[in-house]
Design a protein around this ligand. Structure first.
Ligand code: 5RP
Length: 267
């Protein structure tokens, strides 16, 4: 691997080989998502515990102070919305020149396998990889399921992850599922897990993150279950311990409870 590519990946993935990416890109198709109405405010207390931030250029420029920011994964796909005809019909929104100008450590784009726009999104990925490889900028492929959350089974996710790796993604973002080892084993590049909509309890998140890490994921790109939680700092510290310190779900719960107690009432 060339130095520039290796250096960018090393900025995002610390030397233990694990990572906690903080996605705050949801507004690019959802608008002002709950608790992300003011992305800068949401990010401020949790950013110290993240290894990278997944964000669009608009929010990056307007809400994140360039001095002291964490490494950036720039969300470069979009063009659709929750109220539009089809979430899968995305294009590439950001030129490579701007990705370089913004000093991004990586680019992220969604693919929609099994939809009418499968081919378009996979060719978008291929084009992005072609551009990124010229400049040593890695691409994180996001295996999107749109509104069809039931698609999150091992067979579908293994297929989707493998295809994006074959097309050149350097990291793949997917969902945890039953039989997650099948997803990781079939994917020759590192896998990170998204969180999806907020779960009923914190323990559910600790359990799936722990299970996914045990089965070979290198970390998470997990947003709503952190910043929609009443105690986002407690939540990110607990998840960070699972990722970087091999904490059990029970230990993570203790960290969550202790941090919550220290900080008093939530926001
Ligand atoms: C939104 C995304 C998010 O980055 C991804 O889904 C992770 O966030 P969450 O944990 O909230 O699901 O790609 O388009």
């Amino acid at each position: 691997m060339e130095w520039g590519m290796a250096n960018r990946l090393a900025r995002l993935i610390p030397s233990d080989g694990r990572c906690l990416f903080m996605p705050i890109d949801h507004g690019y198709f959802q608008g002002p998502t709950r608790m992300l109405e003011q992305p800068g405010k949401t990010l401020e207390p949790i950013m110290p515990y993240a290894d990278g931030v997944f964000v669009t250029r608009g929010v990056l420029r307007s809400c994140i102070d360039p001095s002291g920011a964490k490494p950036i994964i720039l969300r470069v796909s979009g063009g659709t919305s929750m109220v539009g005809a089809d979430l899968a019909n995305e294009g590439i929104t950001t030129d490579i020149d701007e990705v370089i100008r913004l000093n991004a450590s990586a680019m992220g784009l969604s693919v929609f396998i099994g939809t009418s726009y499968e081919k378009d999104s996979l060719l978008n990925l291929s084009r992005l990889v072609n551009e990124g490889e010229k400049y040593g900028i890695p691409v994180m492929a996001v295996t999107a399921v749109g509104r069809e959350m039931e698609k999150r089974d091992a067979r579908y996710l293994a297929l989707a992850c493998r295809i994006t790796a074959e097309l050149g993604a350097r990291i793949v973002k997917t969902y945890w599922c039953e039989g997650f080892e099948r997803v990781v084993k079939g994917c020759p590049v590192p896998v990170v897990m998204a969180g999806g909509p907020q779960t009923e309890t914190e323990m559910q998140v600790f359990q799936f993150v722990h299970d996914g890490i045990q089965k070979g994921a290198i970390g998470v790109n997990l947003g709503r279950n952190i910043w929609q939680n009443e105690h986002p700092v407690a939540m990110i510290k607990a998840i960070r311990a699972i990722i970087h310190d091999d904490a059990t779900p029970e230990k993570a719960q203790q960290i969550y409870d202790a941090t919550k107690k220290e900080s008093g009432k939530g926001r």
